[in-house]
Design a protein around this ligand. Structure first.
Ligand code: C5P
Length: 294
């Protein structure tokens, strides 16, 4: 009998995030290009004798209650399959919390993958992705990984080719940003019905894999909204642009992504020397995947 399953759950950056006006359900239609990055949380699910779902996390800022997305993932799987098992779920955080890199979604995706294996449910990728979409808009991509165009609220995915690995120096912020608040700020700044802009040009550039063509096409429509809530981020972006030309907000922020050219080492050293909290991340990498079963 399987006693534990360990799953690696990658974070992401949106290489392009084009936003339309809110739909009647409150979500915003997107044209986005996701890139899965090699910064990953680890989620380990362990068999227990009872039907309880319990959670441990090495970061005390993460709730271990019923509001944690891994708890919701477990409940969703139980509802969907009728299985009545419990699990103890351990989360090791490496992806910034509330950072715009889909750390929570990655954990949710990993819990779906891990529990599917631990409980012997035999659900396929499509079924897991559909359940993932119920957990959150970014969860299907956290399952899929690689590079993909996302439409609708981001859950409708089409894998694309990214011929060139892209490396970013990601700059953390002390405080997180709330995604709903950033979208609400976007609505204030962009009144009137509008469709999200196209990402086809970037899709083609990624297929060709030439960084000088890709770099100027990186774009995030949520930047202005995030900066309206956190003016310090606009200053940070301006400072980072003095070091490297391509700087974008990651997702709904506040993490900033600085595209590294050939010399990621010296870029990282310069950003470090400025006293900023940063780490390096490269993509594409695969989505949530099992790394150990015992
Ligand atoms: O799907 P998820 O639960 O991650 O979304 C969190 C919140 O982000 C939503 O409640 C909504 O306010 C906002 N959101 C949005 N449009 C999207 C995705 C998220 O408005 N496409």
């Amino acid at each position: 009998m399987t006693s534990y399953v360990e799953v690696l759950a990658p974070g992401k950056v949106n290489l392009a995030l084009r936003v339309g006006s809110a739909r009647s359900d409150g979500f915003h239609p997107l044209n986005t290009i996701f890139l899965a990055l090699n910064i990953a949380d680890t989620v380990t699910v362990r068999a227990v004798e009872n039907t309880e779902i319990t959670i441990d996390c090495d970061d005390e800022d993460v709730s271990t209650g019923e509001d944690n997305i891994v708890y919701q993932a477990a409940m969703l799987l139980r509802e969907h399959t009728g299985v009545e098992k419990g699990a103890h779920i351990e989360i090791t955080k490496r992806i910034p919390i509330a950072g715009g890199m889909a750390g929570g979604s990655a954990d949710g995706a990993a819990a779906l993958v891990g529990l599917n294996e631990l409980w012997g449910l035999g659900l396929g990728d499509i079924e897991l992705s559909e359940l993932g979409a119920d957990l959150g808009s970014d969860v299907p991509f956290a399952l899929l990984g690689g590079c993909a165009v996302g439409t609708s609220r981001g859950e409708d995915l089409r894998p694309i080719t990214c011929s060139q690995d892209l490396t970013f120096v990601m700059v953390r912020s002390d405080e997180g940003l709330s995604t709903p608040q950033v979208f609400a700020a976007y609505d204030k700044l962009h009144e009137g019905a509008h469709e999200p802009a196209s990402v086809l040009e970037l899709e083609e550039a990624l297929r060709l894999g030439e960084v000088p063509v890709i770099a100027p096409l990186l774009v995030n429509d949520l930047e202005e909204a995030a900066f309206s809530l956190r003016p310090d981020l606009a200053e940070l972006k301006a400072d980072l642009e003095k070091v490297a030309p391509t700087v974008i907000l990651s997702g709904s922020g506040p993490t900033m992504a600085v595209l590294a050219g050939d010399d990621a080492n010296s870029l990282e050293a310069t950003i470090d020397a400025a006293g900023l909290d940063s780490f390096r991340a490269t993509g594409p990498v695969p989505g949530a995947r099992i790394i150990e079963v015992g």
